[in-house]
Design a protein around this ligand. Structure first.
Ligand code: CDP
Length: 229
């Protein structure tokens, strides 16, 4: 492991659109620094999964907000080596892979647009994030959740490149994805995420924007490390 000088940022926010590589880079960075890695998208996915599992109408904003307020979501270090980055627990139940299903993918941006859902989840994220020594990834970390972050990165890439990455990820997990369908979902999720009224997806004014289209994962990681050093 490289030695990194003492003046390293304590709160690091990484935002960006769907499948832009935030989680991969964020996790590598957190491991390198010995920081906590927190993927906030998992919380929105967990609430979406729970609503679908309980048969709650996904269009019922009040019911979804209540669910987000009442549900205990835990994101813990991976307990199994089955390709997971961390465990996602809802009221104690392991739903790590359920958060990645197509139904969750199709509905999560709708749920994440509800003000009450965002309020409940952002509060939990702030409580954890403000302790520092953390790499937190999402859509609104640098703009709303932790505007005081010491370093803000906005990771971007074209929708086609991001869909290709998500496609390859699913193949690596043994799935048989359809590229055109993934691309369509990525574009639709971006549209909802960036046009919603509350905490829309956008780069914070003081964020460093990294376009990863022409870069390998290692190259992106090197650039992020350079920002920290
Ligand atoms: O991993 P991927 O980029 O596909 O998405 P994610 O980070 O798991 O987030 C799933 C969805 O949750 C996003 O499309 C957003 O609608 C929502 N989200 C959000 O609104 N705010 C965040 N801080 C994180 C995720």
């Amino acid at each position: 492991m490289d030695k990194i000088s003492s003046q390293i940022p304590s709160i690091i926010a990484i935002d960006g659109p769907a499948a832009s590589g935030k989680s991969t880079i964020g996790l590598r960075l957190a491991n390198r620094l010995g920081y906590l890695f927190f993927d906030t998208g998992l919380m929105y996915r967990a609430i979406t999964w729970l609503a679908l599992a309980r048969g709650i109408d996904i269009h019922d904003e009040a019911a979804l907000s209540k669910l987000a307020e009442e549900t205990q979501i835990d994101v813990a270090p991976a307990s199994q080596s089955d390709g997971r980055v961390c465990d996602v627990l809802v009221d104690g139940q392991d739903i790590t892979w359920e958060t990645r299903t197509r139904r969750v993918d199709e509905n999560v941006s709708l749920v994440a647009a509800y003000a009450g859902v965002r309020r409940a989840l952002s509060q939990q994220q702030q409580r954890i994030g403000r302790r520092g020594n953390i790499v937190m990834v999402g859509r609104d970390i640098g703009t709303v959740v932790l505007p005081e972050a010491d370093l803000k990165i906005y990771l971007d890439a074209t929708a086609e490149e991001r869909a290709r990455r998500r496609h390859d990820e699913i193949i690596a997990r043994g799935g048989r994805p359809d590229y055109a369908e993934i691309l369509q979902r990525v574009i639709e999720r971006d549209r909802i995420d960036s046009t919603r009224d509350v905490a829309p997806l956008k780069a914070a004014e003081d964020a460093v924007v990294l376009d990863s289209d022409q870069l390998s994962e290692d190259q992106v990681f090197e650039r992020v490390l350079a920002l920290i050093k």
